[in-house]
Design a protein around this ligand. Structure first.
Ligand code: PRP
Ligand code: ORO
Length: 215
């Protein structure tokens, strides 16, 4: 039993490293201390992680789907439908749903202002247990409208799966909404990986660490 547990941990660690390498190799991680990136929250950041780049790599997407399956089966339990958040969450939800043979919907940032006027697209039944799938979480601010949208449409939502957690308050924000965060990797791990494997310099590492400590 002890051995089995150890093996699983090693496999999860390997998976995380493989996603971290994929993000660095795809140049999905940019660091710019001169001209900072504006985030969805309006705040500035010297680092930007563009998980969208991963959708161009089917082998990476397959690994993401396989890890999502493990998390659903071992930790979350019954899920009726995956919900992708507009826009970057949609391809991840679609890929995982297709691989796992699950139902999916997508959630708009707000209700469509013409046509059907819907916020949720696809078939969501009253009482369906929903797993929100997203690319990334920073402080979780943009997740609120997705969660409320699902709940207003009769879905039950207690879990959110993201590829990347920037560890800037997202888990706390979700827990206030009674939603648990599951992430495939995070910023501290990915920075350590980047430094160890020479994707970034010690100076860049220190700058981002300092920024995270203050934000
Ligand atoms: O911690 P949060 O407040 O959730 O912020 C992170 C979210 O913001 C970004 O999406 P963006 O709003 O840029 O939209 P997009 O998915 O349409 O690119 C990013 O892709 C995350 O999904
Ligand atoms: O907070 C954001 O808007 C954000 C941060 C980040 O690193 N990557 C991204 O796509 N969005």
């Amino acid at each position: 039993m002890k051995q089995l547990k150890k093996k699983n941990i090693k496999t999860v660690k390997k998976f995380k490293e493989s996603i971290e390498r994929a993000l660095w190799d795809a140049k999905a991680i940019q660091i710019n201390t001169e001209k900072q990136f504006t985030l969805a929250s309006g705040k500035l950041s010297p680092i930007y992680i563009d998980c969208r780049k991963l959708i161009s790599f089917p082998n990476v997407m397959d690994q993401i789907a396989a890890r999502a399956k493990e998390i659903i089966e071992k930790n979350i339990g019954n899920v009726d439908v995956l919900a992708g958040g507009e826009t970057a969450g949609i391809p991840f939800a679609a890929w995982i749903a297709a691989k796992l043979g699950m139902k999916m919907v997508y959630v708009r940032k707000g209700a469509k202002e013409y046509g059907t006027g819907k916020q949720i697209e696809g078939e969501l039944e009253n009482g369906d247990k929903v797993l929100l799938v997203e690319d990334l979480i920073t402080d979780g601010g943009s997740k609120i409208s997705f969660i409320e949208g699902v709940r207003n449409s009769g879905g039950r939502i207690n879990d959110c799966l993201v590829v990347f957690d920037r560890e800037q308050g997202g888990a706390q924000k979700l827990s206030e909404l009674k939603v648990k965060l599951w992430s495939l990797t995070n910023l501290s791990r990915t920075l350590e990986f980047g430094l160890r494997n020479k994707y970034i310099t010690q100076k860049e590492f220190d700058t981002v660490k300092q920024y995270i400590a203050n934000n």
